[in-house]
Write a protein that binds this ligand. Sequence first.
Ligand code: PMP
Length: 395
Amino acid sequence: MDMTNLHQLFNAQTQEIEISGIRLFDEKIASIDGLIKLTLGQPDFPTPQHVKDAGIKAIKNNLSFYTGMAGELRLRESVANFMKVKYNISYDPQSEILSTVGATEALAASLLAILNPGDKVLIPSPFFSLYEPLVILGKAEPVYIDTTENDFILSPEMIQEAMSVHGDKVKAIILNYPTNPTGVTWNREEVIAIADTLKQYPDVFAISDEIYSELVYEGSHISLGEYLFDQTIVINGLSKSHAMTGWRLGFTLAPKAITQQIIKVHQYLVTSASSITQYAGIEALENGMDDALPMREEYKKRRDYIYEIMHRLGFEIAKPNGAFYIFAKIPEGYIQNSYDFCYDLAQKAKVGFIPGVAFGEAGEGFIRLSYASSMAEIEEAMHRLTNYMEQHSVN
Ligand code: PMP
């Protein structure tokens, strides 16, 4: 094998994509001594005890075999019940629900099931770093809709404008609310307006990543599936609601004809989600549907605390109403390039944020921080940020 020309041997799309900017930056600053990292989007809480116990019990009872491809029926029934109770939508557990290896695999399998070479996929921007590479791996083309001017809220007009430019090449739109990285979300009227707009384009799939559905602070989450059932693939999972990122459990919820296609990709990618994880998931949904509540209260306190301080320091922030991120515009008079700002902050103040540009061009000039860290760490990080801002104005 000729190592100098090795790159020619690989898949063209694989060569086009990069390791996520979030991970790369996190690793770049990881060796800085004494750094407080508010970088990664994972809950700092442990998985609830009763859920852990269910996983342990499953191991003890030797439930260590492959499950059916779609996952244990009892798990899918508990997901169906969760969607009915919380979001007023009925999905048939036998044919419309799939359990996956995290929301990540749910997104990958869904996109690979629908994309053809040359398709376009609309992505409101700034966006979570997974979407763009998955679209590229599907040999399709991402088309970004910049939402910065509208406080990161996607509007029906923005969709219409993108559709008028890209027309029948558009195969799907990827929606995500509450949104990573901005934490903004949509109320019922906004969800209905988006659904009504997308109904005008019945051949466009709406992939609705609702992984933060349980972390909405004022009001509650409304699922797109309630208003746009036929076109929608809802993505959800237990990573955020039950602090289970490492267990890897997600779901797709979609009409039967769509699910039948996704399940084929899912089967050949992973066979099924981990059996032990699925039994823990059954417990989480049957007896812990509201496990996120105490976590949500705590996140909300942290959000309010950080928002207050950063606002005072001159950061412009669209107040987040969900998830656990603050997406803030770097004030004038400081390094404006988000990568350079974050690197300087990490080196000099020992605080780790993620450069906004990791979430697409529309995120340039912003930083994202995750407040899924202890209050003690957050307080110290804000103290350090305050000192940095006092000392490092470039004016
Ligand atoms: N979607 C969004 C918007 C996310 O923020 C994340 C995790 N950071 C995921 C999907 C992936 O979730 P999972 O851990 O369930 O794969």
